[in-house]
Design a binder for this molecule. Structure first.
Ligand SMILES: [Zn+2]
Length: 301
C-alpha cells in the first residue's frame, strides 16, 4: 500500500522534475538513453523547517558530485544499487516562501565538468504558540549557572560546526520510542512569561526509564550532561546531519562510538530545562534545526 503510493509519488517527481527541453535524447545507436539530469526530492511539499533528501541521476558516470543550497554545500554519496547519488539538506525555519535554486556541480569519469540547476518552491508553514512554566533557574540563571551555560555554548558551537561529508545514514529514519507526540516542532513557546523560544524538536510523552533508540546509523558526537539539555546524546549521520536526544536519565553510549539504526542509546528522563519527564528529539543539518516528524515520514530506499 505504502510502497504503491511511493511509486506513484516517484512518478510525479519524475514528471515534475524535468525542465522543458531537457528530455531524454536517443543515442547514435538509437537506444533510448537518458541524457539529462534527473533530480527528485522528498518530501514533495517543502516548507520552512523541512529536511530534504535529494536523489540525483546524472546524465553521465560521475567521479564526484556536490550541490549548493542556501550557501551550504550539499554532500552526495553514490548508491550503486539505485544508480543514484543521495544527499541531505534542509530549509531553515526563517526561510521565506519563494523559489530557490539547488545548483549541482559534477566531474564525469572522463574528467569533464558539468552542472545543473534545479528550482525548488518553498512554502510557508503554520506553527502553533504556547506558554510553559519551568524551574526559575532556567529563565533566571545564577552567575555560576550563566558561566556553565556559556562554556557549553562554546562546546556546542564546536561540536555542531563539524561536518562529516561521508553518509552514514541509510534507509528510513525510525522513531526513537513508540509513544505519543506531546509537542510538535516549530511551536513558539514563552517560558515563565519571560523567555521566548521556538521549539526546535519533537517531544514524546514517555515515563522516565523508557529505552531510547537511534533514528539511524551514526557516530556518537556528544554523550554527556548539559545545563538546558540535561543528559544528552548527539549522533552524526554524515552529510551534515545530526540527531539529538535530550533530558535522558541514563546515557548508554560513549563519544566516538558507532551506533546502528535502532540501537538503544539511553533511557528517557526529565533532566535539564523541562516541565516534566519526556523525550525531546531534534534534527540538525549544518546549523539548521529541522522537523524530525518530516524526516521520520520519508520513504527512503
Ligand atoms: Zn522538546
Amino acid at each position: 500500500m505504502h510502497r504503491r503510493l511511493f511509486f506513484a509519488l516517484s512518478f510525479l517527481f519524475f514528471a515534475a522534475s524535468y525542465a522543458p527541453g531537457n528530455a531524454a535524447t536517443p543515442t547514435a545507436s538509437g537506444e533510448a538513453a537518458t541524457k539529462s539530469w534527473l533530480v527528485r526530492w522528498q518530501p514533495t511539499l517543502l516548507v520552512n523547517g523541512t529536511p530534504i533528501v535529494f536523489q540525483v541521476r546524472p546524465p553521465a558516470r560521475l567521479e564526484s558530485l556536490s550541490g549548493r543550497w542556501f550557501d551550504h554545500e550539499v554532500f552526495f554519496n553514490f548508491d550503486a544499487t539505485k544508480k543514484s547519488w543521495y544527499g541531505i539538506a534542509g530549509v531553515s525555519l526563517e526561510t521565506h516562501p519563494a523559489t530557490y535554486l539547488l545548483t549541482l556541480k559534477a566531474t564525469t569519469s572522463g574528467g569533464k565538468e558539468i552542472s545543473f540547476e534545479q528550482k525548488l518552491r518553498v512554502r510557508s508553514a503554520k506553527y502553533p504558540s504556547i506558554a510553559v512554566t519551568v524551574a526559575k533557574q532556567f529563565t533566571e540563571p545564577s552567575p555560576e549557572q550563566l558561566e556553565r551555560i556559556n562554556q557549553e555554548k562554546t562546546l556546542k558551537q564546536d561540536v555542531f560546526g563539524r561536518v562529516e561529508p561521508e553518509r552514514e545514514w541509510s534507509r528510513r529514519f525510525r522513531p526513537p520510542v513508540n509513544a505519543r507526540i506531546s509537542d510538535v516542532f516549530g511551536t513558539r513557546r514563552t517560558f515563565n512569561g519571560k523567555v521566548q523560544s521556538m521549539h526546535q524538536g519533537l517531544d514524546y510523552s514517555v515515563p522516565p526509564g523508557t529505552p531510547v533508540s537511534a533514528l539511524n546509523a551514526g557516530t556518537v558526537l556528544l554523550a554527556r550532561p548539559l545545563f538546558f539539555e540535561g543528559d544528552c546524546v548527539v549522533l552524526d549521520h554524515g552529510q551534515g546531519l545530526l540527531t539529538l536526544y535530550l533530558h535522558l536519565s541514563e546515557i548508554k553510549v560513549k563519544e566516538g562510538e558507532h551506533v546502528a539504526a535502532g540501537q538503544e542509546i539511553g533511557l528517557s528522563g526529565g533532566s535539564g530545562r523541562v516541565t516534566g519527564p519526556h523525550l525531546h528529539v531534534a534534527v540538525r543539518w549544518q546549523g539548521i534545526y529541522l522537523n524530525p516528524a518530516t524526516l521520520l515520514a520519508l520513504k527512503l530506499p
